[in-house]
Write a protein that binds this ligand. Structure first.
Ligand code: KG4
Ligand code: ZN
Length: 340
């Protein structure tokens, strides 16, 4: 089964063709980093406009790279939730046009679940397992029964972890996106130089994540105590911040593994590219950690086309986009109840 996937949920326009949920025949991604860099973050209106310009370019390129025509495809998959509503709508509209024009079914895909699918494109994944999805918009812990059947155990209560990396980099005037820059700087700094808080939260929130306190602690510390923003300070700040930001992810994941008596973990989302995070999970002799290649951790359409192979839902021309995040405790099959 050949599926063309379309991804436009945030600031990457991507199209990919995946065969039988496993073999990537092509992926073409246009990243909008250059366009959003001047603003140190994603500007939703700008993102939608660029998706509109790029979506057909990406689809054409993915088709060309795979050497296929539309008549050879079996379906069009699209990320229709969650994400920036204007951005999602561009992908959904494009999928409807391609589906209608070429008489192909449309498969709506949950972007968060698609992140969890990333390692399936490179390795065999056993279930049940625990998922840790860490990106610019999400920090989530999930209990996964199958690629399409999961329970959301914990989520972001304020800033997502990637957002904290980006905001601190902005404050230190390091550039955008902050995650890869802080990752590199941290390698040159002392992670114990400054004592930033490890924010674990109280019992009822023990699987939820909060990063606004850590972010504020770093920003205030630099503002109040470091008059000279020397390179050395930035390296130590980056290393000390990264340690606390990532240790929380690791500790909460380990608690959930112990509670569920499961020692298998999927890592995904852009922050799963972080070298300290990857090292911590890889170095844990008790865990089987499914960690995708960095290019599959960040937003891309191969994960959409891959997961779609397992999804039985079908959309029609009334298919809509849904921006909302999920509420903790929700159990579902490639579907979710909006959290309001
Ligand atoms: O999944 P993604 O590409 O897009 C969404 O937000 O959905 O994730 C982007 C996020 C950004 O916040 C970026 O700073 C972060 O992932 N990121 C990293 C690293 N590479 C990307 N964070 C920490 N370390 C990295 N190496
Ligand atoms: Zn994402």
């Amino acid at each position: 089964m050949l599926i063309l996937g379309i991804e436009t949920s945030c600031d990457e326009t991507s199209a990919a063709i995946v065969e039988n949920g496993k073999k990537i025949l092509s992926v073409f991604t246009h990243t909008q980093i250059d366009e959003h860099s001047p603003y140190f973050g994603v500007v939703p209106e700008l993102a939608s406009r660029i998706h509109l310009e790029m979506v057909t370019v990406c689809v054409n390129e993915a088709m060309k790279q795979a050497g296929l025509t539309f008549s050879q495809l079996d379906a069009i998959a699209v990320a229709n939730r969650p994400g920036l509503i204007g951005s999602l709508l561009i992908g959904v509209s494009a999928a409807k046009v391609y589906g209608f024009t070429h008489d192909l079914p449309i498969i709506p895909v949950n972007h968060v679940l698609a992140h969890l699918y990333a390692p399936h494109l490179e390795m065999e994944v056993e279930y049940p397992n625990i998922g840790l999805i860490v990106s610019g918009g999400h920090t989530m812990l999930t209990y996964n029964i199958s690629p399409t059947d999961f329970e959301l155990v914990g989520t972001t209560v304020d800033d997502a972890v990637g957002e904290a990396f980006d905001k601190i980099a902005k404050h230190l005037n390091l550039g955008y996106p902050g995650g890869p820059i802080i990752d590199k700087l941290a390698a040159l700094g002392d992670e114990n130089a400054y004592r930033f808080p490890l924010v674990m939260l109280k019992k009822k929130d023990r699987y939820n994540f909060s990063y606004s306190g850590l972010k504020t602690a770093v920003v205030n510390f630099r503002h109040n105590f470091l008059s000279e923003n020397t390179q050395e300070n930035n390296e130590n700040i980056a290393a000390s911040f990264q340690k606390k930001a990532v240790d929380v992810l690791y500790k909460k994941t380990k608690f959930l593994c112990a509670e569920k008596n499961i020692q298998r973990v999927i890592l995904s989302g852009g922050v799963a590219c972080n070298s300290y995070l990857r090292k911590l999970f890889r170095g844990d002799g008790k865990l089987v950690a499914y960690i995708p290649s960095p290019s599959l951790c960040t937003d891309n359409a191969a994960i959409i086309a891959g997961l779609a192979y397992h999804v039985s839902d079908r959309g029609d021309l009334s298919l809509d986009a849904e921006s909302r995040v999920l509420s903790s405790g929700f159990k579902g099959k490639n579907r979710e109840i909006p959290f309001s």
